[in-house]
Design a protein around this ligand. Structure first.
Ligand SMILES: Nc1ncnc2c1ncn2[C@@H]1O[C@H](COP(=O)(O)OP(=O)(O)OP(=O)(O)O)[C@@H](O)[C@H]1O
Ligand SMILES: [Mg+2]
Length: 394
């Protein structure tokens, strides 16, 4: 059975041309000319050509591409700051082009918010005043809007800064205010056009992490634009890659890095750090043997000898991880008449299947034994060896 598709925004055959002679430009594009050829011949810029996208509800959808590839143009079609030359954009099935002025205003106020790279804050207002602004416009009472604003301010980590004037904040903090302002409206969709590009790398990493946390908590649909592949893969549930006004590939980060559609995508994904895309699930292996806690040391030794292992994982009756047994400890236990429970080493490194290889790399490099992969119930699902971590990076 296929999963029910829940598309919140749908882009259907959208093209956007800038210039006078659009008809001739469109004809050339249909005949297979590219953006450059069309511009040289007709003076028309093809910002978008036959773009089709389905934005799934409640996910982070990333659009990536080189400068000029059409990312901002397409995202501005989502709230109709841009009108497509042809094609349609639907929000929950409704064609944005068919909304009258009032409906469009309501749509922008209640359903969709945009966070810009350049913050766009009012520097004469304090943090609270900026965040509450949209609610003020809606006519919400002061007490109510300030209460709402305070909630989102604390969500973006700015508690205590409510009365600071925005002009005095650092870039990272101003971007937090921008996000809080967008969230205060409680929109269904958050459009973010390169929101973190102006931030220095450390602040940027913090912001990515916070955005992920906020999104996972609130389950908003986020359309996020970037031209940084690491950022795209870190944040995106789905990633669309654009080139010269066209969508080249839409896929999950893992799908895209495993099967790039063409050389352009391969170049892009090649620039990403693979360890930040690959999860433990993809590199873990099944342990060649396991020992139960209730077994005798003699049996454990036999098992290890048979498989040429110097260590083996020990599990309980429900296959939950207990620890690791070394061959030396097993031999000692047998000699001294001890049970496995008395010699098993319980302080083993564990990780989850969804962890990124990048996150376990430092641990894997130091760990004396393979890392155990366990699920939420503590059941052993596999192991990750130093060798499997290294080969994931090739
Ligand atoms: N108002 C406009 N008039 C004419 N051409 C435009 C206009 N807006 C955008 N373009 C052109 O459309 C194309 C796509 O621009 P867009 O801003 O969408 O690119 P982008 O992918 O967002 O780039 P960047 O990464 O630099 O922000 C570019 O060739 C751009 O020059
Ligand atoms: Mg842009």
């Amino acid at each position: 059975m296929s999963e029910q598709k829940d598309t919140i925004l749908s882009v259907q055959h959208v093209s956007k041309l800038y210039g006078m002679n659009k008809a001739e430009a469109a004809k050339m594009m249909e005949a297979g000319s590219n953006k450059d050829e069309v511009y040289k011949k007709t003076g028309v810029t093809v910002a978008l050509w036959d773009v089709n996208l389905e934005i799934p509800r409640g996910k982070i959808f990333v659009i990536i591409g080189l400068s000029g590839s059409g990312k901002s143009t397409v995202v501005r079609c989502f709230n109709r700051l841009n009108k497509p030359t042809s094609g349609k954009v639907l929000f929950e099935g409704q064609d944005l082009a068919e909304m009258d002025k009032k409906q469009l205003l309501e749509f922008r106020r209640n359903k969709i918010s945009m966070v810009f790279q350049s913050f766009g804050l009012m520097s004469h207002r304090d943090v609270l005043g900026n965040v509450a602004y949209g609610l003020e416009v809606k006519g919400m009472s002061r007490a109510e809007r300030e209460e709402k604003a305070k909630k989102v301010i604390s969500m973006v980590g700015l508690e205590g800064w409510e009365h600071q004037s925005c002009g005095q904040l650092s870039g990272g903090m101003r971007q937090r205010v921008g996000i809080a302002r967008a969230l205060a409206n409680d929109p269904e969709v958050l459009l973010m056009d390169e929101p973190f590009s102006a931030l220095d790398p450390l602040v940027r990493r913090d912001m990515q992490f916070e955005l992920l946390q906020i999104q996972r908590k609130l389950q908003k649909t986020v359309v996020f634009i970037t031209h940084d592949m690491d950022e795209a893969f870190k944040l995106g549930d789905m990633v669309a890659i654009m080139r010269d006004g066209k969508v080249v590939q839409v896929d999950t980060p893992e799908g895209m890095s495993a099967n790039p559609a063409d050389d352009y995508v391969r170049d892009f994904t090649g620039s990403a750090d693979k360890s930040k895309v690959t999860t433990v699930r993809n590199i873990m292996i099944t342990p060649s043997s396991l020992v139960r806690l209730s077994e005798s040391p003699a049996l454990a030794i036999q098992e290890m000898r048979k498989n040429a292992l110097s260590t083996v994982y020990v599990v309980d009756d429900r296959l939950c991880l207990v620890g690791i047994l070394t061959i030396q400890d097993a031999i000692r236990a047998q000699k001294d008449g001890l049970a496995i429970a008395q010699v098993v080493r319980r302080e083993v490194q564990t990780t989850a299947m969804d962890a990124l290889v990048a996150d376990i790399m430092p641990v894997a490099a130091e760990a004396p034994y393979p890392i155990a992969v366990v699920d939420e119930d503590g059941q052993l699902k596999g192991i990750v060896t130093k060798a499997s971590v290294l080969s994931a990076l090739l």
